[in-house]
Design a protein. Structure first.
Lengths: 134, 207
């Protein structure tokens, strides 16, 4: 928890029930990874790529993400509660039951995604996560 | 100590099994289902389920109990004296259970429901429906929701930050994360602060 990840490549890696909270992720590649039931809450992410990943039941609450790709990922039941997402792509994702409650979204692309039973509502931007500054 | 996790796609609920690394007597929290996958997980770890802890007497926490009792001779602990057709050891608020080598603290939250109890074990909290990641438990009215938010404030968010929280539904979380970002705190207008909370569980008086 609270780690700084700069230009880390973990393509194809598999994690289950792991805690990565309050981390800072910059220019990382997590393509085709599996992060089942992991917790990444309170983290900051910039220029990261999660394309084609299994991100079921992941706790991304209070995430601050900038220019991040989640396209072609399965985000079933994943939480982005109180998050701040800017230029984030969820193209062709499974967003069934994904929760964006209290999140602030700007230039977020949901093209071709399944957002059946996904939860959205409006809220002011969340306070900054107390991680390490980018 | 090993924690085995199982997700039920029927109930959208989580079941947890805690047992020794080398196998042996284990405890199971919330038997929402007992299917082949869970049974295989228990058996492959050489666990013998001796104790069942129930966080809330609702069907999505109990559906697997009958099957479980056919396979394992487990004692059941819950806030009620009877669950389904089984007798239970009633859990009292603010007490602890000594199950083999495990000391488990029990805390009750009548603000959510009369039968809600959560279990703290080492630095793990199995909180059932009390919270799920980022959100408080669901109650029937705005008044009850406000009551629950107060109870969480007084008797849950006061614990130490490094606790790992395993809810009955949804992904795991940490207490630090919930203190900072849970909507119960934000809707109550509480300022988000990242500071060390007092260590230990606040005392509760048994009725």
């Amino acid at each position: 928890m609270g780690c700084r990840w700069d230009e880390i490549q973990l393509d194809g890696a598999s994690f289950r029930h792991c805690f990565f909270d309050f981390g800072v992720f910059k220019r990382c590649s997590f393509k085709k990874t599996s992060f089942l039931f992991c917790s990444v809450s309170g983290s900051r992410m910039e220029d990261c790529d999660w394309t084609g990943s299994d991100l079921l039941h992941v706790n991304f609450n209070a995430l601050e993400a900038l220019r991040t790709q989640f396209s072609e990922s399965d985000l079933y039941f994943t939480r982005f509660v109180g998050s701040k997402l800017d230029q984030v792509a969820f193209v062709d994702c499974n967003l069934k039951k994904t929760q964006f409650t209290g999140s602030w979204l700007q230039e977020v692309n949901f093209k071709y995604s399944n957002y059946e039973e996904a939860e959205f509502d409006t809220a002011p931007p969340p306070p900054a996560a107390p991680g390490i500054a980018l | 100590m090993k924690l085995v996790f199982h997700y039920s796609v029927e109930n959208f609920s989580n079941t947890y099994v805690v047992g020794p690394d080398e196998g042996g007597d284990a405890l199971l929290i919330d038997p929402g289902v007992l299917d082949v996958r869970l049974l295989e997980a228990i058996e492959s770890n050489s666990f013998d389920i001796r104790w069942v802890l129930i966080t809330r007497c609702q069907p999505h926490h109990l559906r697997g109990l009958r099957t479980l009792k056919k396979v394992y001779d487990a004692e059941i602990y819950s806030r009620q004296a009877n669950v389904l057709e089984f007798e239970c050891q009633m859990v009292k608020p603010g007490t602890h259970l000594q199950l083999g080598p495990h000391r488990i603290d029990c805390l009750c939250y009548p603000e959510l429901s009369h039968d809600t109890v959560i279990y703290k074990f080492q630095n793990w909290v199995f909180c059932g429906d009390l919270i799920s990641a980022g959100k408080p438990g669901r109650t029937g009215s705005a008044y009850a929701q406000a009551n629950l938010a107060q109870a969480l404030e007084r008797r849950f968010f006061t614990w130490q930050d490094d606790l790992l929280v395993f809810p009955g539904e949804g992904p795991p979380t940490t207490l630090r994360s919930e203190k900072l970002f849970n909507l119960a705190r934000r809707s109550a207008g509480l300022e988000v602060q990242d500071q060390k909370a007092p260590v230990g569980i606040p005392e509760e008086k048994a009725p």
